[in-house]
Design a protein around this ligand. Structure first.
Ligand code: IPM
Ligand code: MG
Length: 362
């Protein structure tokens, strides 16, 4: 029997529409091969939504997302909207989507592909074999804590305030996702905090330590965030799964991404208690190369694979897409961001065509 899924597409801004087009083509081909049908509905988010409706996350977009099995997002933002007030910024739309769908768990794998080792700015022996999963808390911490704002003090001076706060329940639910993820990997979990300074981190560490008793097969360790940043660059292979809060996860996932050479290769999954999850590349909208057919669509395509694996429970389809990506890289096909000597330079569309060929076994 054919399986049918409703997918919301949020192409967003910059290179978003170009890379999304490639991912959709790839999904269609894999769907045909495996008797899976997709009903795609496109909706507005970010700058594109601001231009069309005046707000970065129109209520209609959230409703379309809620009515779907999964959401595939490309990227948001651009110079044009950078000076708008905060509530009208593209980023606010993305944060609203995460909060609106209850997506508290963000999985950001950083795996170095042997074909791209020379694209990393670190030495081959340091990064060879790196395979890290960053589990970032996504709907709490300092991104959402109250009070927040820029207030005026009694002396008339302005004071900016944000609040880093986590409840036990928030820590436990992301902790469980991380322990489960580690269990499916190499059974090592490193929890990252700043408990030498912050109370919120002390609670975080206490809860993680407590949770570990439920997962005796997983080895839990703790690092302060500053040390974790250093260790990621010094000896990244010591890490398997990392769990951390919203802000630390934002920063460490970019650092982990760069170990692999190009942030243009990395997908992510944002999951809540139930459908739909949101699947998006870790990279941004790259306004400087938008519309020029230069973008690397592989992180978007790998995000579609994560959608199949984590959102729709279609691991065979996910495997096929990931294999096709490896195959084109093996053949030497490269977009500009991952180009190295002797390889075959391709634009975004041509990379899409190469993937379709690889999928079709030709
Ligand atoms: C990310 C981004 C976002 C974040 C921005 C665009 C709001 O940096 O997904 O990592 O800070 O979470
Ligand atoms: Mg970030």
């Amino acid at each position: 029997m054919a399986q049918h899924y409703r997918i919301t597409l949020l192409p967003g801004d910059g290179i978003g529409p170009e890379i999304m087009a490639v991912a959709v083509d790839v999904l269609k081909v894999v769907g045909e091969q495996l008797n899976i049908t997709f009903e795609f509905t496109e909706a507005l988010i970010g700058g594109a939504a601001i231009d069309a409706t005046g707000e970065p996350l129109p209520a209609k977009t959230l409703e379309i997302c809620r009515n779907s099995n999964a959401v595939l997002l490309a990227a948001i933002g651009g110079y044009k909207w950078d000076t708008l007030p905060r509530h009208l910024r593209p980023e606010t739309g993305l944060l609203g989507l995460r909060a609106g769908l209850g997506l508290f768990a963000n999985l950001r794998p950083a795996t170095i592909l042997p074909q791209l080792i020379d694209a990393s700015s670190l030495k081959r022996e340091v990064v060879e074999g790196v395979d890290i999963m960053v589990v970032r808390e996504l709907t709490g911490g300092i991104y959402f804590g109250q009070p927040r704002g820029i207030f005026t003090t009694e002396t008339g001076e302005k004071r900016g305030v944000n609040t880093m706060a986590y409840t036990e329940a928030e820590i436990d639910r992301i902790g469980r996702v991380a322990f489960e993820a580690a269990r499916k990997r190499r059974k090592k979990l490193c929890s990252v905090d700043k408990s030498n300074v912050l109370e919120v981190s002390q609670l975080w560490r206490d809860r993680m330590t407590q949770l570990a008793t439920e997962y005796p097969d997983v080895e839990l360790s703790h690092l302060y965030v500053d040390n974790a940043a250093m260790q990621l660059l010094r000896a990244p292979k010591q890490f398997d799964t990392i769990v951390t809060g919203n802000l630390f996860g934002d920063i460490l996932s970019d650092a982990a991404a760069m170990l692999t050479g190009s942030i243009g290769m990395l997908p992510s999954a944002s999951l809540g208690e139930k459908e739909p999850g949101v699947f998006e590349p870790v990279h941004g909208s790259a306004p400087d190369i938008a519309g020029q057919d230069k973008a690397n669509p592989l992180a978007q395509v790998l995000s579609a694979a994560m959608m199949l694996r984590y959102g729709l429970n279609q691991p065979t389809a996910a495997d096929r897409i990931e294999q096709a990506v490896l195959k084109v890289l093996e053949r030497g096909d490269r977009t500009g961001d991952i180009m190295s000597e002797g390889m075959n330079p391709l634009g975004c569309r041509a990379m899409g065509d190469a993937l379709i060929q690889a999928l079709s076994g030709s």
